[in-house]
Design a protein. Structure first.
Length: 131
């Protein structure tokens, strides 16, 4: 049975980490849902500004489960660096005497497409939603 894919689908997945694809790079990020956008915590050493100059399109790959059958969600959209992010929601513990912006940037993703691959529905079956 196919379900309607919305940003609520991503909220329902009880996962805090995903793989972010930006330009030619993939990295593990912590993420959260804020309204209809996704925010990802990205280390400053990545050079996010330079990567986003190459392309604004980003992909977030979220693994909901691997066993007994894999279920993945891919979110594609346009990324931008968030100004004045809410650090407390993204960082479990901020070290004393350290400014979060010295260590991290927040990438805000405006979703354009979501794809859900669920092997319980059959191998290779994909649900897609465009926003």
């Amino acid at each position: 049975m196919l379900t309607l894919l919305t940003i609520e689908t991503l909220k329902a997945i009880d996962v805090q980490f995903a793989v972010l694809g930006v330009h030619n790079y993939a990295l593990l990020v912590r993420f959260q849902i804020r309204e209809q956008k996704v925010e990802c915590l990205v280390p400053t050493w990545i050079g996010l500004e330079e990567l986003l100059e190459q392309t604004k399109e980003v992909t977030l790959a979220v693994v909901e489960r691997l066993e007994p059958s894999p279920r993945w969600l891919f979110l594609k959209g346009f990324g931008s660096i968030a100004k004045n992010p809410d650090w407390m929601d993204l960082i479990p513990a901020i070290p004393d005497k350290v400014n979060p912006e010295d260590l991290y940037q927040v990438l805000r993703i405006e979703p354009k497409r979501m794809e859900l691959l669920d092997d319980e529905q059959g191998w290779g079956v994909r649900q897609t939603a465009d926003f």
